[in-house]
Design a protein around this ligand. Structure first.
Ligand code: KMT
Ligand code: NI
Length: 178
């Protein structure tokens, strides 16, 4: 299941948990305040899941594909993992549903601190357009994820600094008062 915490600042292997001591957990409610939403589904049913269909319909997630992130399955594995771990934003929401394995999504909070979100089989997450984030495998080095998108997918990532985009300003404005 999903779990989130503030990261330590060590330069050690990105695949390690990087929890503070003592751990400083982040609740689902805290994530919601940053515009991050989560659903828990039964990933064994993903090919024909009425719950997933309902979410896709309600949220307008018309597009989907599946990416298997593993040394033997992903072309340019090393380069892609390096790119995924560069701090970036997108002009659209990033929606990911973990079908197998596990991985970490890191997001910045309002004070620009890193929060690590641990995702495993059955976790679906949406990161809002304009939030700075990054992705890494954990020490198991494998995850299979569904990528969802509203309309034709645009995967373009803008590495930080990307503060001049309207979507970034809009995201920051959306945090006011939350
Ligand atoms: C992104 O843009 O951060 C990604 O697509 C991460 C990898 S998809 C599981
Ligand atoms: Ni991204």
């Amino acid at each position: 299941g999903i779990e989130a915490w503030y990261m330590d600042s060590s330069e050690d292997d990105q695949r390690k948990p990087h929890k503070l001591e003592p751990n400083k957990p982040v609740s689902l409610e805290d994530l919601q305040k940053l515009g991050v939403f989560h659903w828990k589904l039964n990933a064994d049913l993903y090919e024909e899941d009425p719950e997933l269909e309902k979410i896709r319909k309600e949220q307008g997630y018309s597009y989907m594909d599946i990416i298997t992130i593993h040394r033997d399955t992903l072309p340019n594995y090393e380069d892609k993992l390096k790119m995924f771990f560069e701090e970036h934003l997108h002009l659209d929401d990033e929606i990911r549903y973990i079908l197998d394995g596990q991985a970490y999504f890191d997001i910045r909070d309002k004070e620009d601190q890193w929060i690590r979100i641990s995702m495993s089989k059955g976790d679906l997450i949406t990161l809002p357009a304009g939030i700075y984030h990054r992705f890494t495998l954990d020490e198991t080095n494998y995850t299979k994820a569904m990528r969802l998108f509203v309309g034709e997918p645009v995967w373009k990532a803008y590495n930080r600094p990307a503060d001049d985009f309207d979507i970034r300003k809009k995201y920051l404005a959306s945090l006011q008062g939350s």
